[in-house]
Design a protein around this ligand. Structure first.
Ligand code: PEP
Length: 265
């Protein structure tokens, strides 16, 4: 039974249902009105792939007005709904601005802004309560990988999210495997390294009774035009979370085209 649960080829063959890949751009702390207009103007929806861009808060309205066929997302969110939390932005506000996705638990939020597993879990819950889709980032540091602790770390990170949102809501999340050592370094995981962790992640989901085969697990960390095809050809890689390359329209579109060409498995 478990085998059928996470053997996606079998599932697709039995029910002939397909989930196309999802490619999400994470602009991080970049952009200005003029550059955003040019970037979005050069990005358009493609058949066969779902696309989204996660822009800085001040540019949500601008991006919402310019995007066509490409979903809007934010890069973080408050765990609180409203009240005396100066500087915070709630998930309800993001929904009102037209967001569909919100990244939570990005490693830069964890390491630079002290977000722990429990905070990430609460943020994922606030996103779901607003009717949006959290993109939950998980991933190990280089030291953790070298110590053979990849699944221990990822299991702990995901376990905190599961504990906060519950099993039913877990199936509504997108998971992004982003090894910390690959983010912004130019050193992506190899396709085999990514596949190994994605398959283990899907097993973890199945073992926790989540509908693992139908859930999207994105890979993030130095995805470029040159390595996207190999990564997206992997059976458990359902798309990408793209940082640096999403700031160059030609590269982002090429990566999206590669995802579309690889369909799903
Ligand atoms: C990211 O910020 O999520 C990311 C994957 O960045 P990059 O593609 O630049 O490594």
């Amino acid at each position: 039974m478990t085998c059928i649960l996470y053997n996606r080829k079998l599932l697709w063959a039995s029910f002939s249902f397909m989930v196309q890949k999802l490619v999400v751009g994470n602009w991080k702390l970049n952009g200005c009105l003029a550059a955003n207009e040019a970037l979005i103007g050069a990005c358009g929806a493609l058949a066969g792939v779902d696309m989204a861009v996660c822009v800085p808060f001040p540019y949500l309205a601008q991006a919402a007005s310019l995007l066509s066929g490409v979903a809007l997302g934010a890069q973080t969110v408050s765990e609180f709904q409203s009240g005396a939390y100066t500087g915070e932005v709630s998930a309800e506000m993001l929904a009102e601005m037209g967001c569909r996705y919100v990244i939570v638990g990005h490693s830069e939020r964890r390491t630079l802004f002290g977000e722990d597993d429990a905070t990430v879990g609460r943020k994922a819950l606030s996103v779901l309560r607003a009717g949006l889709v959290p993109i939950v980032c998980v991933g190990e540091s280089l030291a953790e990988r070298e110590a053979g602790r990849v699944m221990e770390v990822i299991g702990r990170q995901l376990g905190a999210v599961l504990g906060s949102i519950g099993l039913q809501q877990l199936s509504r999340t997108v998971i992004a495997y982003e090894p910390v050592w690959a983010i912004g370094t130019g050193r992506a995981a190899s396709a085999d390294e990514a596949q190994e962790v994605h398959a283990a992640l899907r097993r973890w989901l199945a073992d926790h009774d989540a509908p693992a085969a139908g859930m999207r697990i994105l890979y993030g960390g130095s995805v470029k035009t040159g390595n996207a095809a190999a990564l997206f050809a992997m059976p458990d890689v359902d798309g990408g979370l793209i940082g640096g390359a999403s700031l160059v329209a030609r590269d982002f579109m090429a990566i999206c085209r590669t995802a579309a060409a690889n369909g799903d498995h």
